[in-house]
Design a protein around this ligand. Structure first.
Ligand code: CP
Length: 306
């Protein structure tokens, strides 16, 4: 079973069937590889290059673990000591890796659309590990899997994304994935951090967290992406904390079994209080674990040209 795609660039361009295939294969790898600490030889002889032009702990490490569990070789390109610093273009860097018989490039880039540029210019598989504020498809997939594992169905499910929706590639990938599965998605945050066209995606918008959280099944809390803000979009961090930090007090108005997610990295006591991060309802570490199985699924399902 393979997806009819050479690359994984976004969730927007995946079908509902593609998503169910990825969920099914993720479960297979979670059961056969993650839980039992086993490797298989599905990608034996293949090479995966991690090309991360922005910092990462979870995505980069879990792609490396996923590739190694499939018996692929992995090269981690240190961008800070690479020829990118001598002015080599992204396409020429990609062509150089292709000439070394690399089979997959996992790319994280500050420029929205950078993975698409590589995919259009190379024959090898390109996987988007987060591009600007566009998409972070494997994060969206691991969030989707984590919800599916707990709730078994997306029918009638209500999911709330909290915080900096404007700059968050995780929010975009979650919205595309959850809407394709017919879940109900809402967002809440300060008006300056909510994109104006979000309603076009059939997403409900709130500005009051107490109101937004009332009857949802899952909340996904997002970090404020200060690194992408070109102007001051918040009056002060103290006011953000007052109105939008997820705290036990604000959770008192939610369902008693509400699940709490966060893609990480967490800024404790900014977007989420430390006691909520460590509470039994928080799935943050399970999301990280599921990230390995999801990335194994993606690596094994892409249709390679060679
Ligand atoms: N969630 C996520 O992308 O984390 P990293 O930046 O650590 O990869």
């Amino acid at each position: 079973m393979l997806l009819n795609h050479k690359d994984l660039l976004s969730i927007e361009h995946l079908s509902k069937d593609d998503l169910y295939t990825i969920l099914k294969i993720t479960k297979h790898f979670k059961d056969t590889s993650i839980k039992s600490f086993k490797k298989n030889d599905l990608l034996y002889g293949k090479t995966v290059a991690n090309l991360f032009c922005e910092p990462s702990t979870r995505t980069k490490t879990s792609f490396e673990i996923a590739a190694k569990k499939l018996s692929a070789d992995v090269v981690n390109i240190d961008v800070n000591t690479s020829s990118i610093l001598k002015g080599e273009s992204l396409i020429d860097t990609g062509k150089t890796l292709e000439a070394m018989n690399i089979n997959y490039i996992v790319v994280r880039h500050f420029f929205s659309g950078a993975p698409d540029i590589l995919a259009k210019n190379l024959n090898i598989s390109i996987i988007n590990a987060g591009d600007g504020s566009h998409e972070h498809p494997t994060q969206g997939l691991l969030d989707l899997y984590t919800i599916y594992e707990k709730k078994k169905s997306f029918k009638g499910l209500k999911i709330l994304l909290i915080g900096d929706i404007l700059h968050s590639r995780v929010a975009k990938s979650n919205i595309w994935a959850l809407k394709k599965m017919d879940a109900n998605v809402s967002v809440v945050g300060p008006p300056t951090l909510i994109p104006k066209n979000i309603v076009d995606l059939n997403v409900k918008v709130y500005y009051d967290l107490f109101e937004a959280i009332k009857d949802v099944d899952v909340v996904n809390v997002l970090r404020i992406q200060f690194e992408r803000q070109k102007e001051n979009l918040l009056p002060s961090i103290e006011e953000y904390i007052e109105f939008y930090q997820l705290t036990k007090k604000k959770l008192n108005t939610a369902k008693s079994d509400v699940l709490i997610m966060h893609p990480g990295p967490v800024n404790r006591n900014i977007e989420i209080s430390s006691d909520v991060v460590d509470s039994p309802s928080a799935l943050i570490n399970e999301q990280v674990t599921n990230g390995i199985a999801v990335r194994m699924a993606v690596l094994s399902l892409l249709k390679q040209k060679y």
